[in-house]
Design a protein around this ligand. Structure first.
Ligand code: FES
Ligand code: FES
Length: 163
């Protein structure tokens, strides 16, 4: 018996996207398998690691814990949406490169989403606020310090007027 499909319309990285999904299609599966936005990673699939983080109406959420139908009518930003309009790296992405804020890169999309959400809400965070913002994202490689340094560097660059 075929499953019922539901129509959804979601703004993804500034573009209106439509789809037909089953009730149990997760948001991360829709993004990766239907929209081919594979920058969003799948780790634990139960809300622990943060690798699947995207922004929903500007707030970071775990896309493995959401169904695609729940995103209907909302605005999603994935890691692909953080780049500059010409495709070059954003200040935040470049800062991760500068401070070696990644090694294997598996956690990086989720870290970037968490960091971008922080900087959008609080452009001059303290180190404690940075650590708190990425507290729900696991990294098995870096020891976190370079990631904290990257976010602090991005905040300084933004404050200095970098674009
Ligand atoms: S894959 Fe979603 S939190 Fe780990
Ligand atoms: S860079 Fe490997 S998990 Fe974070």
């Amino acid at each position: 018996m075929s499953e019922v499909l539901y129509s959804i319309a979601v703004e993804v990285n500034g573009a209106q996207r439509a789809g037909h999904v089953t009730a149990r299609t997760s948001l991360v599966d829709w993004l990766r398998e239907h929209l081919h936005l594979t920058g969003t990673h799948i780790g634990c699939e139960h809300g622990i690691c943060g690798a699947c983080s995207v922004m929903l109406d500007g707030e970071p959420v775990r896309s493995c814990l959401m169904y695609a139908v729940q995103a209907d009518g909302h605005r999603i930003t994935t890691v692909e949406g953080l780049a500059q309009p010409d495709g070059s790296l954003s200040i935040l992405q470049d800062s991760f490169c500068e401070t070696h804020g990644l090694q294997c890169g598996y956690c990086t999309p989720g870290m970037l989403i968490a960091a971008q959400a922080l900087l959008d809400a609080n452009p001059r965070p303290t180190e404690a606020e940075i650590r708190d913002a990425i507290g729900g994202n696991l990294c098995r490689c870096t020891g976190y310090q370079q990631i904290v340094d990257a976010i602090a560097l991005a905040a300084r660059r933004i404050a200095e007027g970098a674009t």
